[in-house]
Ligand binder design. Sequence first.
Ligand code: FAD
Length: 374
Amino acid sequence: MNRAFWETERHEEFRARVREALRDSVLPHADRWEEQGHLDPAVWKTLAAQGLLDRGHQGEAFLDSAILLEELGRTGYAGVRASVGVHAYMATSYLDLFGTPEQKAAYLEPARRGERLAALAITEAEAGSDLSRLTTRARPRDGGGLRVDGEKLYVANGSQASFFVALVRTRDETGARRGLTGASLVLIDADTPGVHRTAQRMLGWRSADVSKVVLEDVAVPEDRVLGRRDHALLHIVQGLDFERLAAGLLAVGGVTHCLELLDAHVRRRRLKDTPLYGHQAIRHAVADLMADHELVARYGRHAAWLHSRGELDSRTATVLKLKATELAVRAAHVCLQFHGAQGCLDDSTAARLYRDASAGTIAAGASELLRDLI
Ligand SMILES: Cc1cc2nc3c(=O)[nH]c(=O)nc-3n(C[C@H](O)[C@H](O)[C@H](O)COP(=O)(O)OP(=O)(O)OC[C@H]3O[C@@H](n4cnc5c(N)ncnc54)[C@H](O)[C@@H]3O)c2cc1C
């Protein structure tokens, strides 16, 4: 891929630096993290020291983030990219946008230094695509503040996080007004009594520490409400656009990795005297994926640029997330197919990419929901 139209020499240098940092601090450990189900706790400070956790969410600074997100995807480990993505972008974006100075000092700044790990706890058993079915409740607590009861599922970084940005119902609504009216975002410290977490073993994203988080009479001080109380819907809409932009850029990088692997494989693997790519069926399949990747990657960089100017619209974020994650599924399938039985080995890279790709079209908005939005 050529560089983005907005990429300067400084951006190119930054990309090279990020690639090197991820090569040193992620790739040697990633297979072990996949096994253990989460990143090593110590790596967060390393990533922070490498300047990978404090890149901007808004304005021109986001262009560095766009590069970082693509490069995280290009590591080929969707679990790692999800873990870092949720920490540095999806969860902390709510603090960046809506946090008070005190909340930023207590949560956002330590997260950027790699001292506190962030997670985003939105989904529940009955509230995934349809968040109006949210049941986690926050009631007034004697002596002030709130007490929270409920159960969150599929929370990336869930068992290791130091705090959660959680969506809870703070006011009962009935009838047509139910929806997400009366919901709030709250900051919950993971070591508060009543927080119980269990890792959920997933098909893919195995190092992302996807976990169930049970909240049982959890005390939350009043000043941990993030943004406008009872008006989380406004924040979630904005947060989801950002989440889909980030998810799309991560997926673009994932496809880059997959196609690099596929390209190298079809050039190396020989049938009789011909490499696989000597067969037109193979060549055309790879060329189609490369052409689609070119389009989606350029669209992603355009979306990043729009966001950096404060002009990203929901539709662009949605189209990017839909197209990038669905391309990842197609690319992973072709990659597996052309690897033959070798790709079916449980510990092969092709198998991991195939497993990982399927979660991408569900997390941060299932493809069908995104089509409805478009
Ligand atoms: C690996 C992974 C990591 C995740 N990480 C997090 C996290 O960190 N924090 C968090 O809060 N959540 C997380 N999630 C949850 C994720 O956001 C939800 O899975 C997603 O919102 C879909 O909800 P659901 O799984 O309940 O599916 P459902 O809402 O039950 O939908 C089931 C299926 O129905 C179809 N569908 C949905 N909407 C429509 C529609 N409008 N029309 C037609 N068909 C439709 C889709 O095929 C969808 O997959 C994660 C999920 C995965 C897989």
